[in-house]
Design a protein around this ligand. Structure first.
Ligand code: ANZ
Length: 832
């Protein structure tokens, strides 16, 4: 999803963290750096966050989107997402699940390579360096990662299986080489998937994308369009992501019918329309610029013009809606209902690969058709008018197309019908005479995965002059990305690998004769479309994954990450899962049981990025405040799933909160080990447990932290605190602030890690406050309040209300007529 783009002033790339004021200064003894170091070492030593994948009795797979290790380091948005996911994982673990929380690095791809170009450093060196930095940053967040299953997509032990997946797709007809118009970014010197083009611009560098015709590899995601739509009903995913996916798949229902070409019996042109009711308004037919019929139907006198137009079209910008261009073929189609001759044009606005690549032009009722007709001086014929309109505009020039459904005019025997009725009758008519049928069409395009770049896994295909494209045999995988100093993109439409003869020249796996390797590498979204399967078998050298493990752990229980991947990663993963399922490799059809999109963090309204000069460096915050404060602050800023602007203005709130937690817990004189808590104290504690538990269930981390803050105040105000209250408070805080709670847990004298302790349960009977504070009204006006134990009998409440001095004062000499008690709410005394 494109981020709002607003210019931001350029200044130093990173904002510095403001120094602490004296008010925020740390309390004595709370040395977060020492505490973090101590517990990090101990957790590692105890392998606290490693799960026995084979034996864990209650598996829970807590996944977060693995990062792209850029040179800038993890930014605050990544960290926010990871921390939010970790809070969930920690909580589930305390609830008794064996939580698997793996992490890895999505380290291939254009982004890393572009940075390597800028720096003039080989991407392999730069990536290794970036990964190291990321790993250190990730460790400092306090997340409970199981590092023993780390994966890196650039590792041949990983991409061997990415290539293996490609081979399986190829063998099942789901990877296809096609000559096709593709999006070409002249700056990145490579093709892009449709999903990587935003408003006609390259997603990475904002360069206008051009259209080029190239032989490319596509994965046939369109075969799954309907299932990708249908399965969505069952998915427990953030609604906004589902809406974006539905829209991207873009299902349209309509009529596809064919028309005969005049003077060419036997030659037909098929068009797709969502508005069959407008068929009598057709004044032209338009073909996409590379439509296969063009060659056959173009008349001699138009041949030169058509050829010139076709050549010019490749230079036009893809996605530019403004340009209206076209050329007449000289040929005519016969209107299927009137037999009239309709001129056939070629038009740039018609997409090659949508519907049948041809449209019936109805300028009166479609905006693009009207623009085209006006530009080419073609007639406009109104055939639908608003229902209820008495006068129809049939002649004159039309300034605007009437695009709504309505009532038909000038449409033969369909005149007078509503659009809906005419459409269904027309579809039935075409179906009967075999000239057309009702069809569903999808906007979704096949996934273009060829990249003419260096930094990716080579596509494992060999071209044999005799056998065509042959997959590399599985026992010869991986096809290693060769070492070279000439890794820069060439801009010629071929990858730099094409220049490495020793790589290119090989033999055909079928006949052994000389053959050439494919030299493009695959899109890094293919790497990330299956990483969650690999984590579980990261050390398995013999296969991509162990089916046993998949059976135990998948689908993923909770996936958290950015909504900007709605039509990229999240769509590709769903497709690949379906495909692998159909090939018999996976038991399930949807990869993630739950997906939640964290909100996007912006800075001054703009997406955070280095180029905008508004990076927020989490390292500074982590160094100055420690992970616990930073974690708490990040999630306290607002609801986890809502977008928000980053500011550290209120960071002092989180600083003070944890400082005060430290003070309270180390102020041992107040703590009474054997003190029993009862009455209001007990119910307040249980209400807190319920509040925090409910909020964690819904990822409302901000209100959970607020409740903990409020409860801390209550504890601070008390003379004595029971040990149990402290224990529970620490447990509820533990997912948010893992280090300080672990340290204080130890200081409380608890054995074992707080993170391995059991999440407190609340007692539903204890939730009600032990006392009631009831407003006492005289004739509907509140005159005072009455504090009574909750179990006071009704008659006693009424008596106490009447006897209260303020009540007596107001009643004065009047006679009491009635005393009404609204249970738990108020007492109203009615006088005469
Ligand atoms: C005639 C017509 C009359 C249309 C009218 C619309 C309104 P959606 O809803 O997005 O699926 N179309 C069909 N194939 C096309 C292609 N390859 N490139 C560009 N446009 C194409 O849009 C379907 C409509 O888009 C179709 O219905 C067709 O124009 C056009 F009053 O047919 B219609």
């Amino acid at each position: 999803m494109p981020a709002p783009r607003k210019p931001t002033p350029k200044h130093s790339a990173f904002r510095r963290v403001k120094p602490l004021t004296s008010e925020q200064a740390r309390v004595p003894g709370y040395d977060f750096a020492a505490i973090e170091a101590k517990w990090r070492a101990r957790w590692e030593e105890q392998r606290l966050y490693q799960v026995d994948l084979k034996a864990a009795p209650r598996p829970y797979y807590n996944l977060m989107m693995f990062p792209y290790p850029s040179a800038e380091g993890l930014h605050v948005g990544n960290m926010y997402s990871f921390i939010g996911s970790d809070i969930h994982g920690r909580w589930m673990s305390m609830r008794g699940y064996d939580v698997f929380e793996p992490i890895g690095f999505d380290a291939f791809g254009i982004h890393s390579e572009n940075f390597a170009i800028k720096r003039g450093v080989h991407p392999r060196i730069l990536t290794a360096h970036n990964v190291e930095h990321f790993r250190e940053q990730l460790k400092r967040t306090g997340n409970r990662f199981d590092w023993s299953h780390e994966v890196q997509t650039t590792d041949p032990r990983y991409y061997r299986w990415t290539q293996w997946i490609f081979v399986q797709l190829f063998k099942h007809g789901l990877a296809e080489r096609k000559h096709a118009p593709v999006n070409w970014c002249p700056k990145d010197k490579t093709v892009l998937a449709d999903e990587q083009v935003i408003n006609g611009l390259c997603e990475r560098c904002d360069t206008p994308v051009e259209r080029r015709w190239l032989e490319q590899w596509f994965l046939k995601i369109t075969n799954y369009a309907q299932r990708l739509l249908d399965d969505m009903d069952e998915l427990d995913w953030s609604e906004r992501v589902k809406a974006v996916q539905r829209n991207w798949i873009g299902r349209s229902e309509g009529l596809e019918f064919s028309m005969e070409i005049a003077d060419r019996p036997g030659t037909n042109v098929a068009v797709f329309t969502t508005r069959p009711d407008t068929i009598f308004g057709m004044t032209f037919v338009a073909l996409a610029p590379q439509h296969p019929l063009i060659e056959a139907i173009t008349t001699e006198d138009q041949r030169a013009a058509v050829a010139a137009y076709q050549r010019s079209i490749n230079r036009l910008r893809a996605g530019d809606e403004q340009a209206v261009t076209g050329v007449f073929t000289g040929a005519h189609a016969l209107h299927p209902l009137t037999g009239e001759r309709v001129p056939i044009w070629i038009a740039d606005f018609v997409l090659e690969d949508y519907g049948s690549g041809a449209v019936m032009g109805v300028p009166a009722h479609d905006r693009r058709d009207l623009a085209f007709a006006q530009a080419m001086d073609l007639p406009v014929k109104v055939v639908v008018i608003p229902s209820g309109a008495r006068i129809a505009l049939v002649t004159g020039t039309l300034s605007e197309a009437f695009v709504e459904p309505g009532t038909l005019i000038a449409s033969g025997s369909y005149t007078g019908m509503s659009s809906a009725e005419a459409a269904s009758r027309l579809i039935a008519h075409f179906a009967e005479n075999g000239k057309g049928k009702r069809v569903a069409r999808y906007r979704l395009r096949d996934w273009l995965i060829s990249r003419q770049r260096y930094w990716g896994p080579p596509i494992p295909i060999i071209y044999c002059p005799e056998h065509g494209p042959v997959p590399v045999p599985e026992d010869q995988l991986p096809v290693i990305l060769p070492e070279t100093e000439n890794w820069m993109p060439t801009g010629t439409g071929v990858s730099p690998l094409a220049a490495i003869e020793s790589f290119v020249n090989t033999t055909c796996p079928i006949c052994g004769r000389a053959a050439r390797r494919e030299t493009d590498v695959s899109d890094n979204f293919l790497d990330s479309a299956w990483y969650f399967l690999r984590y579980l078998s990261s050390d398995d050298e013999t296969r991509a994954w162990d089916p046993e493990m998949l059976h135990r752990w998948l689908p993923v229980d909770m996936y958290i990450g950015g909504a900007e991947h709605s039509v990229l990663h999240l769509m590709y993963v769903r497709f690949l899962t379906l495909a692998l399922h159909d090939m018999g490799y996976l038991e399930f059809t949807s990869p993630f049981k739950r997906f939640r999109a964290n909100g996007m963090i912006t800075k001054d309204g703009a997406k955070i990025s280095k180029s905008r000069g508004n990076m927020i460096n989490p390292d500074d915050y982590l160094a100055r405040y420690g992970a616990d404060i930073f974690r708490t602050y990040l999630v306290f800023m607002g609801p986890f799933e809502a977008d928000r602007d980053f500011s550290d203005r209120n960071l002092s709130g989180a600083v003070r909160f944890l400082n005060r937690v430290w003070s309270l817990f180390t102020h041992q004189t107040k703590v009474r080990r054997d003190r029993e808590i009862q009455g209001e104290e007990r119910s307040a504690l249980h209400r807190l447990i319920k509040h925090v538990t409910d909020d964690l269930t819904e990822l409302k981390y901000n209100t959970a932290v607020a409740a903990l803050m409020a409860h801390l105040k209550i504890l601070e105000a008390r003379q004595e605190i029971a040990h149990e209250e402290l224990r529970v408070f620490l447990q509820l805080l533990a997912p948010f602030a893992p280090y300080i709670t672990e340290e204080l847990w130890e200081q409380l004298g608890r054995t074992g890690s707080i993170h391995a302790s059991t999440w407190p349960e609340y007692d539903p009977d204890a939730l009600q406050p032990a006392t009631l504070l009831l407003p006492v009204q005289i004739n509907g006006r509140t005159r005072g309040r009455l504090l009574v134990p909750r179990d006071t009998p009704v008659e006693e409440i009424k008596r106490l209300a009447l006897a209260a001095p303020q009540a007596q004062k107001c009643i004065g000499g009047q006679t009491t007529q009635n005393v009404i008690y609204v249970p738990g709410r108020l007492v109203n005394i009615v006088t005469k």
